[in-house]
Design a protein around this ligand. Sequence first.
Ligand SMILES: [Zn+2]
Ligand SMILES: [Zn+2]
Length: 171
Amino acid sequence: MSILNYLVPLHHNVGENMSELVNRDAYVKRFDRFLDEKKMRKTPERYAILRCILAFQSHFTIEHLAQSMEQEAYHVSRATLYNTLQLLVEAALVRKHVFEGLQVQYEKAGNTPHSHLICTHCGKLKEVRDNDFNAYMNARKFTAFTADYYMLYFYGTCSTCARKMKKQKMK
Ligand SMILES: [Zn+2]
Ligand SMILES: [Zn+2]
C-alpha cells in the first residue's frame, strides 16, 4: 500500500456532511451561507460559475470551466474564475486535485467517493469506486483529529502505455 497518497484537508470550519450535497439547491444554500459568513458579496458571476461547475459530471480544469462559461455567453475574467474556484474549494463545495505532472483539476464535492488512477506516462486519469474500501475509510478514526474527507491517488502505468512499452522493448 506504499503508493497510496493520503491527503486530508486543512479547512476546519467546513466539517459538514458531504452526503448533504445531493442537488443544486444544496450547493447554492451552502454557498449562500459561506458568503454570508465571510461577509462577501453574492455576485451573479459567482453563482453562474457554480451552476457551470454543477453541470460537469467529472473532473475539469480551469480551461474547461472558461470554455463552458463562454458557451453560456457568460464573460468573466480568468481572475474571477480562479478566485471563485478558490472560494468554492474553501466552502468544501469543490475539490481541488493537484496530480503530479498534470494540470490542476477540480470536481464537485458531492461526487461519490472514489480513488484516482493516474498514468505517469500519458497523464490519463481514471476514477474507481469501491464500496468496501469507502466503508473502511469512512469508519476510520484518528486520535485528536477529525477528518472531513479524503482523496486517494494511485500513480502507475495504464494498459495502453504498458503495451507500448512492451512493444518498444521487443524492437
Ligand atoms: Zn498511459
Ligand atoms: Zn475524482
